[in-house]
Ligand binder design. Structure first.
Ligand SMILES: NC(=O)c1ccc[n+]([C@@H]2O[C@H](COP(=O)([O-])OP(=O)(O)OC[C@H]3O[C@@H](n4cnc5c(N)ncnc54)[C@H](O)[C@@H]3O)[C@@H](O)[C@H]2O)c1
Length: 435
């Protein structure tokens, strides 16, 4: 029986999608003592993993080497090997189409691959963030096409990923895991699987509840960040420092959770996931007003940063079109090598459209690869005193911990700070403009 096999850690786990979510999850199960196969359609990633080469900086190669040596881990692009797996966990991307509708092609393709070799006694768990109903309305019918039945022959559940890349305080094993099955047996077996590697598992009554819980978490962030961004604009107009306001409000021991303004939303989750719900609720003749409003406010932030920069340059009699701007940080948040949906890219694009010369530095990116927002053809500059003095303005878009902000403010002629990174800079504070 699968449950017993999991208990004995003899169940073989397969993780599909070896990305920012699949990799830490894989390491967590390996650490717990399971054997695991990583599946990915990207053959370069498969080759790298099998050679013990890491492609995500936070997870160095040495973390995998012992498991490769002991043959507890291998990676493959051969999906026929899914037949040998007991517990299959899906961590593939869930982006939006150009029209901001859910792009479910990755989930559909993966489900079709699983269906080809689906056998009795397998557990399938979807972890990719998606709208409520995906597991039961989209994945389940495809898996049952050949006659096997859920709860009787195989098990199916949804368990949202809560990875927070770059967060050193919370490891995957310490983050409580919500699990909702397509039926009670599926919930029970999925719970068994996760509790053998993760400290706390939270079973819920259905896959839909688990799917909705993940969306609520991300919508909550998006809405509260939008509120912080709106308050930032208001406070700025009133001559009040919003960062000081948030710090003061945060001393309230109850009823207030701080959220911070910034140059706009980034990453694979917050700018995207809320729209999965907006799309789904159209089916119920409902609208998601908070989501739309938050999206509107947050999406405008890159423009706001550019306007604040233009105003600050104007005060120095420098038109933007004749200015050189140095962007610090293109990752979507500090200390990580991920630039998906990064607001820095939008800001660069806006500056370029207005005729400015844009340079950038980011210790995590030597160059900006081809991204959804286009080709930038920029290489990371070496950050020197000479460079800081040469440019007209420095815009801090990502507050990487390795930057010496004191030194940056000392040498740059003007600093636009979107992250309050210069809060402790001692000299040259009059050169700082918060945006
Ligand atoms: N990155 C995060 O911080 C985070 C946090 C919580 C939830 N999520 C969710 O987790 C899911 C995965 O996100 P991610 O950041 O790991 O994405 P990612 O792009 O880093 O990784 C996805 C991997 O899946 C592979 N892939 C794509 N199609 C495939 C297929 N058909 N078969 C096998 N592999 C395939 C890709 O090559 C890639 O390696 C998304 O739904 C995302 O919303 C991400």
């Amino acid at each position: 029986m699968l449950k017993e096999k999991i208990k004995r850690k003899e169940a073989i786990i397969g993780v599909i999608g070896m990305g920012y979510v699949g990799i830490p999850l894989t390491l967590t199960f390996l650490k717990a003592g399971f054997s695991l196969v990583g599946f990915d359609i990207d053959k370069d990633k498969v080759t790298a993993l099998n050679q013990g080469i890491s492609y995500i900086k936070q997870y160095p190669a040495k973390l995998f080497s012992q498991y490769l040596k002991k043959k507890k881990f291998s990676a493959t692009a051969d999906f026929a090997r899914l037949a040998d797996i007991d517990c299959i966990i899906i961590c593939v991307p869930t982006p939006l189409t150009k029209m901001k509708d859910p792009d479910l092609t990755y989930i559909i393709n993966t489900t079709q691959e699983i269906a080809k070799t689906l056998r009795k006694g397998q557990l399938i768990v979807l972890e990719s963030t998606t709208y409520p109903g995906t597991t039961e309305e989209l994945v389940l019918p495809k898996l049952e096409e050949k006659g096997l039945r859920v709860e009787k022959d195989f098990f199916l559940a949804f368990s949202p990923e809560r990875e927070d890349p770059g967060n050193k305080n919370w490891k995957t094993a310490d983050i409580p895991k919500v699990v909702g099955g397509a039926g009670p047996k599926s919930t029970e077996i999925a719970k068994e699987l996760y509790q053998s590697a993760i400290k706390r598992v939270v079973p819920v009554s259905s896959a839909r509840v688990a799917e909705m819980a993940k969306l609520l978490e991300n919508i909550y962030r998006s809405v509260n960040i939008a509120l912080a961004n709106e308050m930032k604009i208001i406070a700025d107009r009133m001559g009040i420092d919003i960062w000081e306001v948030i710090e003061a409000a945060s001393t309230k021991p109850f009823g207030f959770t701080p959220f911070y303004p910034g140059p706009g939303l980034g990453g694979h989750c917050i700018p995207i996931d809320p729209f999965y719900l907006s799309w789904k609720v159209r089916e119920f003749n409902l609208t998601t007003r908070f989501i739309e409003l938050a999206g509107e406010i947050n999406t405008r932030m890159p423009e706001y940063v550019v306007e604040k920069t233009m105003d600050a340059l104007n005060l120095q009699n420098k038109p933007l079109s004749e200015s050189t701007i140095l962007i610090l940080g293109v990752a979507y948040k500090k200390d990580i090598d991920d630039m998906r949906e990064s607001p820095a890219l939008e800001i660069i694009k806006l500056f370029q459209e207005k005729g400015a010369t844009v340079l950038y530095n980011d210790p995590f990116f030597d160059k900006i690869p081809l991204v959804r927002k286009g080709r930038f053809n920029l290489k990371s500059e070496v950050l020197t005193e000479k460079l800081l003095k040469k440019v007209d303005c420095v815009v801090i878009t990502t507050a990487h911990s390795c930057y010496d902000y004191n030194w940056i403010v000392r040498h740059a002629p003007l600093v636009i700070d979107t992250r309050n990174a210069t809060r402790d800079a001692r000299e040259g504070r009059r050169k700082i403009v918060k945006a």
